[in-house]
Design a protein around this ligand. Structure first.
Ligand code: FMN
Length: 372
């Protein structure tokens, strides 16, 4: 059985989590065109409610911030109402849920949006190594529109507005997405942000937007309900380079985040910046969720033992194992992941598969019944 520490309850500010296993945010592209969450989300998330904390798939904070195919949002009344039963279903089973808030920035393909918009970004630079998943297959991202100061102020307000909507929907909190090459991360990169105003150039300026978003969001819903996600230098294919001073950059950012008394800092460790990750963990004073990408199962709890992290997030395993907690607690084999059904629409743009690979992964109980 996986180490007992993972199964100890954890106090996340005012929320008591039943264990320390966290479902990482996972975009599944099964929402509706108006940004409401898809019909089967209540089942999908409820199936996974035994995990101590669920972080929702990235939900966009405005139409301009939406760029994934069929991704839900949380800024309109209708979207907020669509999330209520999902969160209620998780709560009714003793689970807890934070909504991840995203602005895609330049990671927007017009074909994925209802108004055919192009992304906004710190500078007019498209991601070099990345293509968008669209209904017509994978396509290069267009060159984004550089943001004015007024656009920046709008985005700051959009995050805090969506945070308020998340709380109205019943969520326990929100996670501001500062990772994986999306808008806030684009501002952090020296290759994605070549601005010459107070939002570009030195470390303070490249961290400014993230800190302003966090501040406004904390002012809106209270810092104990706000988390922040970072992914130093990763993933590589999303073309964000925080520069030679990457360690100093995150040291500065994390030190500033210390001042907010957030619910948590969520660190996504892709495994190639050990020195940076170690410094972040040493510098941050509050709760750390660590998501070590692609680690083997026998290393899952190492960060708890070495006190690098308080909570452990997992992605792929949470998709393919609705009863992951039970399986880990009882030493049961894990289901294999079907990569073709990760995103609704699959890799070939077939939108008619909302449930496949979403709510039909078997539990151990399902498998046992089948074998009788
Ligand atoms: C299908 C899929 C969707 C993802 N969507 C998001 C997302 O919406 N927001 C986010 O921050 N990370 C997202 N990620 C990254 C995961 O949260 C996680 O960091 C990554 O899968 C590595 O962890 P793992 O090895 O435990 O899966 C996604 C990953 C996958 C595979």
């Amino acid at each position: 059985m996986i180490d007992n520490k993972l199964w100890e309850p954890f106090r996340l500010k005012k929320t008591i989590l039943s264990n320390r296993l966290v479902m990482a945010p996972l975009t599944r592209s099964r929402g509706n065109a108006d940004g409401t969450v898809g019909d089967f989300a209540s089942i999908y998330y409820a199936q996974r409610a035994t995990m101590g904390l669920i972080i929702s798939e990235a939900t966009h904070v405005s139409l301009s911030g939406q760029g994934f195919l069929n991704a839900p949002g949380i800024y309109s009344e209708k979207q907020m109402n669509s999330w209520k039963p999902v969160i209620q279903a998780v709560h009714s089973l003793g689970g807890h849920m934070f909504m991840q808030l995203i602005h895609n920035g330049r990671m927007v393909h017009p074909a994925n949006t209802i108004d055919n918009h192009i992304g906004l970004a710190p500078s007019a630079i498209a991601p070099e190594n990345s293509t968008a998943h669209t209904v017509e297959g994978r396509k290069p991202y267009p060159i984004p529109i550089p943001m004015t100061i007024s656009d920046i102020n709008t985005v700051i307000n959009d995050f805090s507005h969506s945070a308020k909507m998340s709380i109205l929907a019943g969520a326990d909190g929100v996670e501001v997405h500062g990772a994986n090459g999306y808008l806030l991360h684009q501002f952090m990169g020296v290759n994605s942000n070549v601005r010459t105003d107070e939002y570009g150039g030195n470390i303070e300026n490249r961290a400014r937007l993230s800190l302003e978003v966090v501040k406004k969001t904390c002012d809106e819903i209270g810092s104990q309900r706000v988390g922040f996600r970072i992914s130093p230098h990763g993933p590589k294919d999303l073309s964000i380079d925080e520069g030679k001073q990457i360690k100093e950059f995150y040291h500065y950012l994390v030190n500033k985040l210390n001042n907010f008394n957030l619910a948590y800092l969520h660190v996504l460790d892709y495994g190639f910046e050990n020195e940076v990750i170690n410094d972040i963990v040493d510098t941050y004073k509050g709760t750390i969720i660590l998501n070590k990408a692609n680690r083997p199962l026998d290393e899952l709890t190492e960060p708890l033992e070495s006190k690098k992290a308080d909570l452990i997030a997992v992605g792929h395993w949470a998709i393919s194992n609705p009863d992951l907690v039970y399986r880990l607690q009882n030493n049961k084999e894990l289901n294999k992941l079907n990569y073709n059904t990760l995103y609704g629409g699959g890799n070939v743009g077939n939108l008619a598969m909302p449930t496949e690979g979403y709510i039909d992964y078997p539990t151990i109980e399902d498998i046992d019944v089948k074998n009788i």
